[in-house]
Design a protein around this ligand. Structure first.
Ligand code: ADP
Ligand code: MG
Length: 248
């Protein structure tokens, strides 16, 4: 577990979100502290991805508020690019550019979006490739890598923007079982360096090992949140127990 400092970094207060007539978030509140590792688990369709998309301003909310480092996400004057610089997001599909090398994929956004100095970005990219244990693939193309390796490149690419918060949405769900572990190890390394992490995962054992706090969602609501030990050993709500019975 990580050292959790006092200042909350991501705060959701009574967030409501609808798609047309379908209300998918029905009053979500959570506070993620700096360096905290939070896992969101729950049945498919319960709103986990939508929570992450709202935090990143990929989906506008209908009511409530979200702040990231004090920045109001639903402020009409929000600079969405500035927000997304602070909040890295990695998805199930890694979407690397197939005709660019690993190094080029990692360097692209800092060079093109942030207009940073090429030598600096390149040095950072090499260091991140070391961190995700793929230094030897620096000049490979995505098609030459396994799914797990591509996902680790996607994580390095996201980290190269120097975010304050990393969000991982079921990043191992599409991987072969034998490559899941290497990606989880990478996430653990990132978390252990003090990065604030919000992860949506079906890897219950991993969530239990790595998290400071586990949130359980069902039908657009947070049903309970707790330390991983209490959450898994002593779930309070019937819906949580039913879910854990199915997945454990
Ligand atoms: P989870 O990640 O927990 O599986 P999601 O956040 O993806 O759940 O979805 C929550 C609900 O919102 C689901 O009923 C889903 O069908 C619906 N939903 C998600 N994205 C959209 C969208 N872009 N348009 C309409 N409905 C959506
Ligand atoms: Mg999802």
């Amino acid at each position: 577990m990580s050292q959790v400092a006092a200042a909350p970094q991501v705060v959701l207060t009574d967030v409501h979100k609808s798609y047309g007539h379908l209300e998918v978030l029905k009053g979500i509140s959570m506070a993620v502290k700096r360096s905290e590792i939070v896992s969101i688990i729950g049945p498919s369709g319960s709103g986990k991805s939508t929570i992450l998309r709202c935090i990143n301003a990929l989906a506008p909310i209908n009511a409530g508020s979200i702040t990231v480092g004090g920045m109001e996400v639903n402020d009409p004057k929000l600079d969405a690019r500035a927000l997304r610089r602070r909040v890295g997001m990695v998805f199930q599909s890694y979407n690397l550019f197939p005709h660019r090398t690993v190094l080029q994929n990692i360097m692209m956004a800092p060079l093109q979006v942030l207009k940073q100095d090429k030598a600096e970005v390149e040095a950072r990219a090499h260091s991140l490739l070391g961190k995700v244990r793929l230094s030897e693939k620096v000049n490979a193309y995505p098609g030459e890598l396994s799914g797990g390796q591509q996902q680790r490149v996607a994580i390095a690419r996201s980290l190269c923007m120097n975010p304050d918060v990393m969000m991982f949405d079921e990043v191992t769900a599409a991987l072969d079982p034998e490559t899941v572990k290497e990606v989880l190890v990478t996430i653990r390394d990132v978390a252990e360096e003090g990065m604030t992490c919000i992860l949506v995962t079906h890897e219950m054992r991993f969530a239990r090992e790595i998290s400071d706090t586990v949130y359980f969602t069902d039908k657009g609501r947070i049903i309970e949140s707790n330390s991983p030990k209490d959450f898994f050993e002593n779930p309070q709500d019937e819906r949580t127990r039913a879910f854990l019975d199915k997945v454990l």
